[in-house]
Each structure stands twice: as C-alpha cells, then as structure tokens.
Design a protein around this ligand. Structure first.
Ligand SMILES: Nc1ncnc2c1ncn2[C@@H]1O[C@H](COP(=O)(O)OP(=O)(O)O)[C@@H](O)[C@H]1O
Ligand SMILES: [Mg+2]
Length: 287
C-alpha cells in the first residue's frame, strides 16, 4: 500500500501520543523543571499589555488569560489588535508595558522569537507556508527536525518513533492518502491542515492560529473545525477568526469567546452571551 520505502506501513494508534502539555498531567503535583508550570490552570496570561505605534495604541491595557487545554476563540473588528496580540505573545513585537506569561513562570517579554517557539508556542499565520517541492510526509519530517539542517534531516534515517509520529499526524490532519504527493499540489484547505500538522510535529503547548479559515471553502472550513476540535487536550489553542459559523463550531455552547476592540477586551463569554452583549452589537456584530 505504501510505496515510499522511508515511510513503512504501521499500525496506527487511535490517538496521537506524547505532547508538550505534559505539564497538564502534573497539575497539582510537583512541576518538572523547564516544563511549563500550569499548576494554577493557566497556560497564557496577559496583563495590562500596551503596544503603541507612533502614539497609536494598537493594544491598550489588554488583559486576558487562557486556561490550560482550552480552545479560545478571539473575534473582533479589523484593527482591533488581534494580530498585534499574537505578535507580542510570540516575541515579534515588544510591548511598551504589561505582563505576558506562559504558564506561571515563563516571562515571554524577556525572550526572543526562537526561544518562545522552543518554549512551546506554535504560530499559524494566515497564508499557508509549506515546502511546496517536497512530499507531504517530508514536510512533516522537516518540521520535526529543527536542530539539524534540512539536508541532514533528509538524509537521516527516520527512527521508528519519528515515523510513527509522522503517520499519526498524517491521519490527524486527514492527509494520509496524500502523503506522497508534493505539498504544492494540495488544495488551499489541505495546505492549511498540513501546516498545522507541521506545527504539531513540534509538540507545542499552545497553538496560535490567525484567521486559519480565511479563503477556505465551507467544506474545508468545517474540516478544519473538526481537526481543531480533535486537538483539544493535545495542546491549548487561541484562534482568531471572522467566520462566525467556524467560531460556533469551535466554541460550541460552553466554550468561551473573547471579543476584542480598540486594543482591549470588549466582552468575554459564550458565543451566545457575547452575541447578546449590547457593546458588542454596537461596535462589531451589528455593523
Ligand atoms: N507595525 C505596525 N506599525 C504601525 N501600525 C500597526 C502595525 N501593526 C499594526 N498596526 C496597527 O495596529 C492596529 C491593530 O492592528 P492588528 O493587530 O493587525 O489588528 P487585527 O489583527 O485585529 O485586524 C491597526 O490599526 C494597525 O494599522
Ligand atoms: Mg489580524
């Protein structure tokens, strides 16, 4: 069935194994040094974060926290500061003031972008960025081996654990039958899922997704919602999105949605609650 000698057929486990959120498993117990301390139940904490561009406050005393294991949707009008917030979390933009913590003790404002990525934060930008000239499975392999050069990882023999993880991820992102196709031949929705798979190979504790459904067909959007729902418990997620059906599919009846406007939190609650919120209707949904 499998024509590629480097990707042998394996009996696939039902669920992906091994993830960076092992800190969650240690909730209430001694915390492993170097791991993310989520003993208080919080994976990400922003307090009074302000970012100014030439005097304009893109973020204005933004305070927000994400629970460990949570899938949080963020909505809000264009220019609300959603992307800037992700830039601050990932170290791309330095805040003028405020606190940004990963778990209890990792101060992200003191770290640069690569260090923050290594600490367990993965970011999906809007446009898919995959290695178009490489087969799908190789994209996943390359994503896993960040310490070695690409050529070295291409030549390296995959150990069985790595092979199993690639196979698991292929199933998870629904691309097992596309494994040997060039990534450049995939549809937009498939490329987006592949890039999420590549981020998952790094076993992030927190995944940030900025408008991942943009440009997708309705079917692709629902497939993506299914994938993200499936990832619950594997990693915490923050999803910025405009598509309200997609947000509804992710938040369900009980999931929390944060509405941002003018650089701060306008409202927070279930999707139904924020939809009924007068300030939200006036400033965003009603328009
Ligand atoms: N590098 C920058 N320089 C100047 N202004 C910026 C920069 N990045 C963002 N902004 C401004 O900050 C505001 C928030 O932008 P952004 O975070 O992209 O909003 P959103 O993602 O919610 O649409 C916008 O008014 C935008 O023009
Ligand atoms: Mg944006």
């Amino acid at each position: 069935m499998n024509e590629n000698p480097m990707v042998p057929d394996l009996d696939l486990p039902e669920e992906p194994s091994g993830h960076a959120l092992s800190g969650v498993a240690s909730m209430g117990h001694a915390v492993v040094p170097g791991a993310i301390d989520v003993s208080h139940g919080t994976i990400l904490y922003l307090e009074d974060v302000t970012v100014s561009f030439d005097g304009f406050r893109a973020l204005n005393t933004l305070t927000l926290s994400i629970d460990a294991g949570e899938l949080r949707c963020i909505i809000g009008p264009n220019g609300a500061g959603k992307t800037t917030m992700m830039d601050v979390i990932t170290g791309k933009t330095e805040p003028d003031s405020g606190k940004v913590f990963l778990g209890q003790s990792i101060d992200l404002t003191r770290m640069n972008e690569p260090a923050i990525a290594r600490a367990g934060i993965g970011r999906k930008f809007q446009k898919p960025t995959v290695f178009e000239q490489h087969p799908v499975w190789e994209n996943l392999e390359l994503a896993m081996k960040t310490d070695k050069g690409w050529l070295a990882s291409l030549r390296a023999r995959l150990d069985r654990t790595a092979q199993a993880r690639i196979e698991e991820t292929l199933v998870l992102i629904g691309l097992e039958s596309e494994a040997r196709r060039l990534a450049g031949e995939l549809s937009h929705g498939q490329k987006q899922r592949l890039e999420i798979g590549m981020l998952l190979m790094q076993q992030p504790a927190l995944l940030l997704l900025d408008e991942p459904a943009a440009g997708m067909t309705d079917d692709e959007t629902m497939q993506l919602a299914e994938l993200l729902n499936h990832l619950r418990g594997t990693c915490s997620m923050m999803v910025v999105e405009h598509d309200m059906e997609f947000v509804a599919a992710l938040s369900g009846e009980t999931g929390k949605v944060t509405v941002m406007a003018e650089g701060h939190v306008l409202a927070h609650g279930t999707l139904d609650e924020v939809k009924r919120d007068e300030t939200v209707i006036e400033s965003y949904l009603g328009r």
